[in-house]
Write a protein that binds this ligand. Structure first.
Ligand code: DHB
Length: 309
């Protein structure tokens, strides 16, 4: 039984797409919904549509991926229209990822979504690494504090944030202290890609993607241990909030690790990009088989119960 009770509802499973993957166009969102995914989230929206960065902007490697998409998206109104037509009775929660170019744009999107009165839940992206000249908000604790205070005013319901990876215990503690001041911040998604990696091709002696002279966000196997560390630390530091694990999930084994570290739900990014929505049924079956072998009947039996030595 992979079902999950979260945000006051029960979802049929714990897996869904990471924002950005298979969710820019309506037909992609519909393919995720029709798959074994238990929920879905849309591509990070900006107020106005964007073409994104020049190509090549995504590159697969043996260990994962590097991307600098640059927020190509249809614009907030497109995803809001999808959310208005979405059949919430299907049992799969719909999340809308919001990544305004300014705080004011994020507030405009939140107020508009609130006025629409839909059950869609915002995941506000504090961590896009790929817009040249625009730093990741989640690495600026003062700006994050200001943003969360403003979100509380603009949005009356529960919401989540997508965090960048942190690499120092002082940063985990400082960010947790900020997040804990916001009771309606119900979940944090850990992690976004590890920003500004560089993949080098020996034959051509060149970078792998065009934007930012080759710098881009890493996903896949590269990021699994960092993702697990972030899930674990925020699980411990944010009592009463849920953690959504994201990073390096390509089989039931990594999904199990995320849940053991404390994740309530688990997103799939790079693997979904490479395999398509059939990945959800495969990963869910692998997770169920692993649980059966261990004698676990439900996710609550082991969530967060990672042992130390
Ligand atoms: C993009 C990448 C991200 O990691 C993110 O959080 C939002 C957008 C992008 O390049 O499109």
């Amino acid at each position: 039984d992979l079902s999950v009770t979260w945000l006051g509802r029960t979802m049929p499973g714990c897996l869904y797409n990471a924002s950005g993957v298979w969710c820019r166009e309506e037909d992609e969102l519909e393919a995720v919904r029709a798959s074994a995914a238990a929920a879905l989230i849309s591509k990070s929206a900006t107020l106005a549509p964007r073409e994104g960065n020049p190509e090549p902007r995504y590159h697969r490697t043996a260990l994962g991926s590097i991307n600098s998409m640059g927020l190509p998206n249809r614009g907030f109104a497109y995803y809001l229209d999808y959310a208005r037509r979405y059949d919430y009775a299907c049992g799969k929660p719909l999340f809308l990822s919001l990544s305004g170019m300014t705080l004011e744009d994020n507030l405009t999107m939140l107020r508009t979504l609130a006025a629409a009165g839909l059950p869609a839940i915002p995941e506000i992206n504090l961590s896009c690494p790929n817009v040249p000249g625009k730093p990741q908000l989640g690495y600026d604790f003062v700006a994050t504090t200001e943003a969360l205070n403003a979100f509380d005013q603009a949005w009356p319901g529960r919401y989540g944030v997508k965090l960048p990876p942190y690499f120092d215990q002082a940063h985990f503690a400082a960010m947790a202290e900020i997040l804990n001041r916001h009771p309606r911040l119900a979940f944090v998604t850990c992690i976004n890609s590890i920003g500004n990696g560089l993949v080098v091709d020996i034959d051509s002696e060149a970078v792998a993607i065009k934007p930012k002279d080759g710098l881009g966000g890493l996903g896949g196997d590269y990021v699994l241990p960092t993702a697990l560390a972030n899930v674990r630390e925020f699980y411990r530091l944010l009592p009463g909030k849920d953690i959504v694990g994201c990073g390096g999930v390509r089989s039931g084994r990594e999904a199990f690790m995320h849940i053991l570290a404390g994740a309530r739900a688990v997103q799939v990014g790079t693997c979904l990009y490479h395999e398509g929505p059939a990945a959800f049924a495969r990963i869910a079956a692998e997770l169920a088989e692993l649980m059966q072998a261990k004698g676990y009947r439900k996710l609550d039996d082991f969530r967060g119960r990672l042992r130390t030595l």
